[in-house]
Write a protein that binds this ligand. Structure first.
Ligand code: ADP
Length: 172
């Protein structure tokens, strides 16, 4: 199932299978791999991805870094570090917006025309899914306006709970 406008689509699926130019990874500050979507991306990309991430040497929360995709269908991986949910008073919303904005800016800088995001911070980092979905949709819409060369963004939802939240955010 999918909901889409011209340039923004909400889809349910596994981001490691997406044939887009870049997939975004919800990484941690070490960039040295983890569980969830990070683990799935590293498994498919292969050991070279970990090596490339090691050379970068980490990434602060809210920022983004780029590597090749190695064995993934996607040519590039944009690694961004979402905030850990601490109740909402620790700048989480601004940091999550920064993840989407900085990932879009890095895609535009690298002339990437199609990319896919997972639900950053919605797994072990514990961000309330409804709020995160709203931020994802709004921030990507703003960034699509700011970066007209980006042709397509997929918001990839792993499972129905996430998909339903994104569908609601998309319709608002
Ligand atoms: P975070 O630490 O930022 O919370 P997680 O990887 O724990 O990151 O979760 C982020 C989101 O990614 C969750 O909604 C999780 O269900 C989802 N996810 C896990 N595996 C995949 C995958 N293969 N493709 C897309 N999304 C995934």
């Amino acid at each position: 199932m999918r909901f889409s406008s011209d340039r923004l689509a909400v889809v349910e699926g596994d981001i490691t299978l997406m044939a887009v130019e870049a997939i975004v990874n919800a990484a941690n500050e070490s960039l040295l791999g983890g569980g969830g979507v990070d683990g799935a991306i590293h498994r498919v990309a292969g050991a070279q991805l970990l090596e490339a991430c090691r050379k970068i040497g980490g990434c602060p929360t809210g920022e983004a870094r780029i590597t090749p995709g190695f064995n993934l269908p996607a040519k590039w991986v944009i690694h961004t570090v979402g905030p850990v949910w601490r109740g909402g008073g620790a700048g989480e919303a601004q940091l999550l917006q920064s993840c989407y904005r900085n990932s879009m800016a890095l895609a535009a800088e690298n002339r990437i025309k199609s990319l896919a995001f997972p639900a950053i911070s919605c797994g072990v980092y514990g961000y309330p899914v409804d709020q995160a979905a709203h931020i994802a949709v709004q921030t990507v819409r703003e960034s699509l306006a700011a970066f007209p060369a980006i042709e397509s963004v997929k918001l990839v939802c792993f499972g129905k709970i996430i998909f339903d939240a994104y569908q609601t955010a998309y319709s608002q």
